[in-house]
Structure formats: C-alpha cells, structure tokens
Design a protein around this ligand. Structure first.
Ligand code: NAD
Ligand code: IPM
Ligand code: MN
Length: 361
C-alpha cells in the first residue's frame, strides 16, 4: 500500500483545532483511496517556547526534513511578543526547507456565501504566486533611540534576481497550464529599485512564454480590482509582503479567512513542502469550536495533490466545497456547527466519494 511520511505542526490557538479536523478528513481519504500516512507530530509554538525558550530546534528541522510533506496549523500567541514565534518558527521553517513559492489559490466554490455582492464562482478562480523567501521579510532593520520620541526605525527589503526569477518563472509555467495570463502585482511607482528588478525579470521570462499574456497592476489598485473584478486575473505573481496582504483580501472573496488554503512549495525537491491555512491562530475564537476548518481541509487537498494522491485531493476539495455551500455563515456561531462537526461532515462525504475528479477537475 502507498504510504507517505507526514509531519504535523498543530501550533497555537485554533491551529490544533483545525489540524485535528483536517486529520480526521485525512483518515477518511486514506480509507477511501487506499493509502496510509506515517505521521510525526512536531510540537512547535507558544507553549514549547514559553516552557523551554526554544523556537525552531535543529532536531525539529531534522525531523521535518525527513517527511514527504508537512501539515501546519497556525502559530502566534498574545502571550509572546509579536514577531518572535512568527519569524522564529514560520519564516524560519519556510527558509530552512527552501519553500520558495507560497501558492495561494483564490477560488469561490458554488453555493458558498461570499460577502462580495454578485460575485459568482465563474468570476473567481485565480492563483496568487507569492515569492516566499525574501522582500521585506528578510530585509533586516534597525532602530535607534527605541521607545523615545527620537526613535528612528528602518526596515529593508531584499530582492534578488535569482529568487524573483524563480517565482516569476513558476507563475508563467502555472499560467501556461491555466488560462494563460500572468499579472505582476507590485508598487513600481514608489519602490523603484525593487520594482524595476521585478519588471525586468517578467520581461525576460515572458519572452520564453509567447502563449502567456502578461500585464501589471499596482498593489493598491489590486485591492480595488480583486473584489470588483477578480475575473481579470488568472495567475498573480507578487512579492512576499504584497502577497501576504492581497491573499487575506482574496480569502474574503472566497467566503472568509477560514476558507483560504496555501502551500509553501519546495520546487527543487530538496525538502518537503508545507501546507497551511492562510489564517492565523485566531486567539479571539480559540477553544470554542468556532473556527472554520475549511482552510485547513483545502490545504490538506493541496498536500494530497503534491503527494500524488490526486483522487483523494479532488475528493477532499469537493467535499469541503459541498459542506461550505450548505452553511448559513462561514465563521463563528453562525456556521451552526462546530469545527469538529464540520470536519466530520467533510470526512463523511470523502468516505462516500466516487472516483470522479470532483470540484478540483
Ligand atoms: P487571524 O487570521 O488569526 O485572525 C483574523 C480574524 O479572522 C480573527 O477575527 C479570527 O477570529 C478570524 N479567523 C481566522 N481564522 C478563522 C477560521 N478558521 N474560522 C473563522 N474565523 C477565523 O489573524 P490575526 O488575528 O491578525 O493574528 C493572530 C495571530 O496569528 C498572530 O499572532 C499572528 O501573527 C498569527 N498569524 C499566524 C499565521 C500562520 O501561522 N501562518 C498567519 C497569520 C497570522
Ligand atoms: C501568513 C502569515 C505569516 C506571513 C506570518 C504569521 C509570518 O501572515 O502565512 O500569511 O506573513 O507570511
Ligand atoms: Mn498572512
């Protein structure tokens, strides 16, 4: 029987709640499609940090490196200074495991309530390719006179031809398999140095893809176009920070932050890719069963696809879309069911799934 080694990082807040739901869906998928997983849970996050002072240990990295893929819940806690866990664990993992691309589909499924009036699934099916290794996430910074009225803080941004090219090339390859359009999203009218580099890379790569159209949209204008006319976009390629911001907006189009999925992809095969919902640890709703597990479930679908379990991936995606379409609201008490119950509903549909391609087709 096919078997996959799966690292599991439940993390903080609602991370463990949505991960548990995703794992129950995975159990159903294994039963239905005939494969197994050997799961290794790695307890990273606020609790480990507060009790041991450790963020990402060398042992944890070694353990995770040995997996075929990783499922990640969320990390971040009000008990820890902002940035310590986020940079010390999530960003460190993305870097250690050379996960160059953050792939974030923005897809509205049929019947799913969206706050954008008049939006239809036909009009909302795009993918954001977020550069995942640099930009202002690694630019470094400095502060003088911290905490005084004389304070001055700087925060840089690193943009290498190598990493930008890697992301842009990935975006064009993806677009060639989709509707054949790449949009660069940046702020070239202000960030002139980084902007010029991104534009030059797009021109260079575009020359190799004569069948893929490309255009450019400033990131501020993107925040207007995305909710009003998402059909304009097929593959959007952008830097680390802009990609972070516009994919929370993209999540809203899909029905809310609880629905959006992502994959941190190692595209060179040197280490596992890591799949996680776009949302964070949501301390405001933790421990109450109010979290929507759909983002975690759809991330599991991306994970299964990456492991070559295409049928299982399609069944999980399709079952998640079906359960979402029956909900009166997509978060909180308005969902009318708890995180675990929604996971069970999705799992039950996966168990009943046929051999078709489901919503993923
Ligand atoms: P958040 O995504 O955790 O929450 C934003 C809002 O969306 C909250 O009101 C929350 O209740 C709601 N929400 C989020 N996920 C939901 C779900 N599945 N179902 C229903 N509602 C949901 O963002 P935040 O509040 O800005 O950040 C909280 C913590 O999470 C911070 O420490 C932040 O750094 C961290 N964070 C971690 C990740 C990650 O692990 N990848 C991502 C984003 C934020
Ligand atoms: C995300 C998160 C992370 C990011 C943070 C928590 C480091 O917001 O995955 O979208 O900025 O990438
Ligand atoms: Mn984010």
């Amino acid at each position: 029987m096919r078997s996959h080694r799966l690292g599991v990082i439940p993390g903080d807040g609602i991370g463990p709640e949505v991960t548990e739901a995703a794992l129950s869906i995975l159990d159903a998928a294994q039963g239905r499609f005939g494969f197994t997983t050997e799961r290794t849970e790695v307890p990273l996050g606020a609790d480990t940090y507060l009790s041991t002072g450790e963020l990402l240990t060398a042992d944890a990295v070694t353990q995770l490196r040995g997996q075929d893929a990783i499922l990640f819940g969320a990390i971040g806690s009000p008990k820890v200074t902002p940035g310590v866990l986020e940079r010390g664990i999530i960003l460190a993992l993305r870097a250690e495991l050379r996960q160059a691309i953050n792939l974030r589909p923005v897809r509205l499924y049929p019947g799913v309530p969206t706050p954008i009036a008049g939006l239809t699934p036909q009009r909302c099916d795009l993918v954001v390719v977020r550069e995942n290794s640099e930009g202002s996430y690694v630019g470094g910074g400095s502060t003088v006179h911290r905490g005084t009225p004389a304070a001055v803080a700087t925060q840089g941004s690193v943009n290498t031809w190598y990493a930008v090219h890697r992301a842009v090339d990935f975006a064009f390859r993806l677009a060639a398999q989709r509707r054949g359009r790449v949009t660069l999203c940046h702020k070239t009218n202000v960030l002139v140095d980084a902007g010029a580099l991104w534009l030059a890379v797009v021109d260079e790569v575009a020359a190799r893809f004569p069948d893929v159209e490309h255009d450019y949209v400033h990131v501020d204008a993107m925040c207007m176009h995305l909710p009003v006319a998402p059909e304009r976009f097929d593959v959007v390629v952008t830097d680390n920070l802009f990609g972070d911001i516009i994919t929370d907006l993209g999540a809203v189009l899909q029905g809310g932050l609880g629905v959006a999925a992502s994959g941190n992809l190692n595209i060179e095969g040197s280490a596992p890719s890591m799949f996680e919902p776009v949302h964070g640890s949501a301390p405001d709703i933790q421990g109450q069963g109010l979290a929507n597990p759909a983002g975690a479930a759809l991330s599991l679908a991306l994970c299964l696809a990456s492991l070559g379990e295409g049928q299982a991936a399609a069944a999980v995606e399709s079952a998640t879309a079906e359960v979402l379409s029956g909900l009166p609201a997509l978060s909180g008490a308005g969902m009318g069911a708890s995180t675990a119950e929604l996971g069970e509903r999705i799992a039950a549909l996966v168990t009943e799934a046929g051999d078709g391609d489901g919503a993923a087709g």
